[in-house]
Design a protein around this ligand. Structure first.
Ligand SMILES: [Zn+2]
Length: 258
């Protein structure tokens, strides 16, 4: 049985660790210290590091982890990350033999120009490690790409099976739901999700993983072709929008100043 565990880091990051009680893979170790502590406490040996994009809160722990463990570091081929040993992009298949794990790489530019995500099957569930591309009821800020790129990246993730478990790297859920409820006030599914997520946070429990089905039903950034989102965003910008990608661009802009 493989376990997927969130190691909290900084204010609101999660460093996901995938392990079989002996060997472990970490995704986006922005800080080495909590990872080393978790490995030590659980008698785990690090065997692989996976990176989604170059931001320091995702790669900052690589050097210190590599001092202790000489392991492969996979990451986006067209981003400048000094500690990578394997530069990869869409179509790559990563085999992690220690965990009998195979992960497929997808390109999801937008948050950064070379952002990638990892998709595979763990314990018979589809799983997605999506970095800062998709959050519960939100998506990453568009720092380096265009709105069109980010929109296409999110559409690509939406094409994965509905049951896919979504492992994002930040606990942004309650803030995102607050914004989503403003955009989409009559969505009863979203209303119910808010109750559930507030309860989890109240008890100090991470709101992740989400699922593709949950995001399709609640995340306004994935619902830019729905009449209620189109109308709400059009009202906000005081302009009749119709193309989903225009709606998406205006919605992302709205969130930036919310
Ligand atoms: Zn980032």
């Amino acid at each position: 049985m493989i376990k997927i565990h969130p190691i909290p880091a900084f204010n609101d990051n999660y460093i996901w660790i995938i392990h079989n009680q002996h060997q472990a893979v970490v995704v986006d170790p922005g800080d080495a210290l909590p990872v080393l502590r978790y490995l030590d406490d659980n008698n785990l040996q690090l065997v692989t590091i996976l990176i989604t994009h170059h931001h320091n809160d995702h790669v900052g722990g690589n050097a210190a982890l590599l001092e202790k463990f000489s392991v492969p570091v996979y990451g986006p081929g067209n981003e400048s990350i000094a500690t990578l040993t394997h530069r990869i992009s869409e179509g790559a298949e990563i085999q992690i033999n220690e965990l009998s794990l195979s992960l497929r790489v997808l390109d999801t530019p937008g948050h950064t120009a070379g952002h990638i995500v990892y998709y595979g099957t763990i314990n018979e569930n589809s799983v997605l490690f999506c970095g800062d591309t998709l959050f519960v009821c939100g998506c990453g800020r568009i720092f380096e790409g265009t709105a069109l790129q980010m929109y296409a990246s999110l559409q690509k993730l939406m094409s994965l099976p509905d049951t896919t478990q979504v492992y994002s790297t930040h606990e942004y859920t309650l803030g995102n739901i607050n914004f989503s409820r403003t955009v989409d006030p009559n969505n009863t599914s979203l209303e119910n999700l808010e109750i559930k997520m507030k309860e989890l946070r109240h008890r100090g429990i991470p709101t992740l993983p989400s699922s593709i089905a949950t995001e399709k039903a609640n995340n306004p950034f994935l619902r830019c072709d729905q009449p209620e989102i189109i109308s709400s965003v059009s009202n906000h910008v005081d302009q009749a929008l119709s193309e989903p990608v225009e709606v998406f661009a205006a919605l992302r802009q709205w969130k930036n100043t919310f």
